[in-house]
Structure formats: C-alpha cells, structure tokens
Design a protein around this ligand. Sequence first.
Ligand code: SF4
Ligand code: SF4
Ligand SMILES: [Zn+2]
Length: 136
Amino acid sequence: MNPRLIAPCGMNCALCSKYLAWLAHPGRPAVCEGCRAKDKRCSALKTACRRLRNHEVEFCFECADFPCDRLERLDRRSREQYGMSMINNLRRIRANGMAWFLEEQERRWRCTRCGGTVCVHTGRCSSCNTGHTRGR
Ligand code: SF4
Ligand code: SF4
Ligand SMILES: [Zn+2]
C-alpha cells in the first residue's frame, strides 16, 4: 500500500477497479493511475471543490467544513454500494496516522488465498479472482 494512492477524499485508489486495470494494462483507455498521479481529483469532488483544486488541503479532514455535504453524499454512495466509508478512512488516518492506516488496509484487503489485492468495487482478488466478503 502506498500513501500516494490515498486520495484527498479518503479513497484508497489501490483498491479501485480502474487503478487495478491500469496496473494490468497501463495503455488502455478508461484506466486510472490514481487521484494524485496526474492531479486527477476523481469523481464528485474533482471539479466541485475549489479547496481541492487549489491544493489548499491535502486531505479533506484538514478542511474546516469536513465532512461537507458533497463528501457526505459520495461517502453514502460508497457505503451503500461497496461497504466502504471514505470519511471513516479519513478519521482513522487523522487519529492514527498514515503508516497505521496503510498497515490496516494491507491486512483488510489482502486476498487470503494468494496475497493479492482485493478490489473494493468487485470484491474479487485482482490476482487470482477469488471472491471475498471479509475485506468489504
Ligand atoms: S478512478 Fe478515482 S478512485 Fe479510481 S484510481 Fe482513479 S482517482 Fe482513484
Ligand atoms: S471536505 Fe472540504 S476540501 Fe473536502 S470536498 Fe468538502 S469542502 Fe472540499
Ligand atoms: Zn488472490
């Protein structure tokens, strides 16, 4: 797990289906190198938030309005669809530090069969394709 793959919104891009597709096939369209790699500012927060666009905060938890309505909406969708809360991620990073969070992510999203990374979007290991429920 890599700190540069933790997006300002708390998403761990290392678990994203588009990032895992980029790892496997970097040249293909519709893949993604991660939010910070090309200053991408993914999804709903990308164009909407001036503070993120202007690099005023590195993570949303540094913002006076954290968690703002936009982030709350994004978080609700992520919890409902994928069982993962970015706001909860951000609170754990703030409370325990990045090194602790990365270790926790490593344990939580490691495939018990082969040690590969389980995708948050598909629930499947990106290496051996085993389905997982535990990490979600
Ligand atoms: S699509 Fe979004 S969540 Fe996925 S890797 Fe890119 S920036 Fe990260
Ligand atoms: S919490 Fe702050 S920095 Fe993050 S999207 Fe909301 S307004 Fe922008
Ligand atoms: Zn596996």
